[in-house]
Design a protein around this ligand. Structure first.
Ligand SMILES: C[S@@+](CC[C@H](N)C(=O)[O-])C[C@H]1O[C@@H](n2cnc3c(N)ncnc32)[C@H](O)[C@@H]1O
Length: 333
């Protein structure tokens, strides 16, 4: 109820909704399934997938999980004090009809997921700022979804390449236009399917300069790729100019979980498969440094959930925390 109060308090133009119907309360209680709430307001995204084997994107439907992540970032702006990520466009990009969906998603069980989604963007933006201070002027957001960084880019001279599945990108551009957020001149859209298209060619054709260092982020994407596509994408970055780097998020495999955590993961995996965006690739944190070095990176840092909680959530009275199996890695060429 606190969340709803915050919502109505901060957005006086939006009406509070009556109590959630039972089915939606059940959805909220299912943790990660909170991602899916409110999709009915976005008919194109909520189109039924062709099958449960990753066919949503292949069928030309925008990513539903991109909308889910954007909703969690928007919610973070509204209900969490202090914010880990300041994103003044996070609510706006969703449009006015997101109000009731955001209220529904405000139920407590999605807090860990919300913390993780806010933290990973903040961490990527912090690492990007460091790269910019070292002279990097190209930022590539892989699997950008509804990420708004490019539209609030504070770094003069930084070009931002947003790479995403063509249908998701098309839909995002439609959303930007619909809510009146201008596409800045420094933003270049690069439609790519990581599973079937060559990223270096598509980047070069879009004006990316391979002779200059670049920073990349890939947030909430690895889990949806095949291992082959993940490795191929990381290998491309490892072959970029010296000074280049990437920050990406990854999740531990279900084999590391037990009890309630395992049951919750299994429910989430079934839900993601059912909407046509199955979780496919998990990484053991201990294996990440050697894997990235084998792909060509020279330095690798892993940010564990414990470290993330100390760095970004220390001293909070609301005990907002990232979940135990959610990691970040940063690697440099
Ligand atoms: C969970 S969303 C994350 C979006 C964004 N990074 C964020 O944090 O809000 C996953 C994103 O990966 C993209 N994606 C998944 N598989 C892809 C593929 N094979 N090629 C290109 N993009 C893909 C989706 O279109 C979607 O935008």
């Amino acid at each position: 109820m606190r969340a709803m109060h915050c919502w109505t308090g901060q957005r006086p133009g939006l009406r509070a909704e009556p109590a959630l119907p039972v089915r939606r309360r059940w959805l909220a209680a299912a943790g990660t399934l909170a991602l899916l709430q409110g999709f009915a307001s976005y008919p194109r995204v909520w189109a039924k997938p062709e099958s449960s084997t990753g066919a949503r994107l292949a069928a030309g439907t925008p990513s539903a999980t991109a909308l889910g992540a954007a909703m969690q970032r928007a919610l973070h702006q509204i209900v969490d004090v202090p914010r880990v990520l300041d994103d003044p466009l996070a609510v706006r990009i969703l449009g006015a009809d997101a109000a009731s969906a955001l209220q529904a998603a405000a139920d407590r069980p999605s807090r860990g997921l919300r913390a993780y989604i806010a933290m990973r963007s903040r961490h990527a933006e912090d690492r990007l700022a460091e790269a910019v201070s070292r002279g990097v002027r190209q930022y590539v957001v892989l699997g950008a979804g509804l990420d708004t960084f490019a539209c609030r880019n504070p770094h003069p001279g930084l070009r931002v390449f947003e790479v995403d599945y063509p249908a998701t990108q098309d839909w995002k551009r439609g959303r930007l236009a619909a809510v009146g957020i201008a596409e800045p001149p420094a933003l270049i859209f690069v439609p790519v399917d990581f599973e079937t298209q060559r990223l270096p060619d598509r980047l070069r054709e879009s004006g990316f300069d391979p002779a200059q260092p670049a920073f990349f982020s890939m947030l909430g994407v690895v889990i949806y790729l095949t291992e082959e596509a993940m490795d191929a994408t990381l290998r491309v970055i490892a072959s970029c100019a010296p000074g280049s780097g990437i920050t990406f998020s990854f999740t531990e495999p279900p084999s590391r979980l037990e009890g309630a955590a395992l049951a919750s993961r299994q429910r989430s995996m079934a839900a993601m498969a059912a909407i046509g965006e199955p979780w496919r690739t998990f990484l053991e944190p201990e294996s990440v440094p050697s894997r990235l070095r084998a792909l060509g990176f020279s330095a690798v840092e892993v940010l564990t959930p414990k470290q993330a909680n100390q760095r970004y959530f220390g001293g909070r009275v609301d005990r907002l925390r990232v979940p135990a199996s959610s990691h970040m890695a940063t690697a440099f060429v």
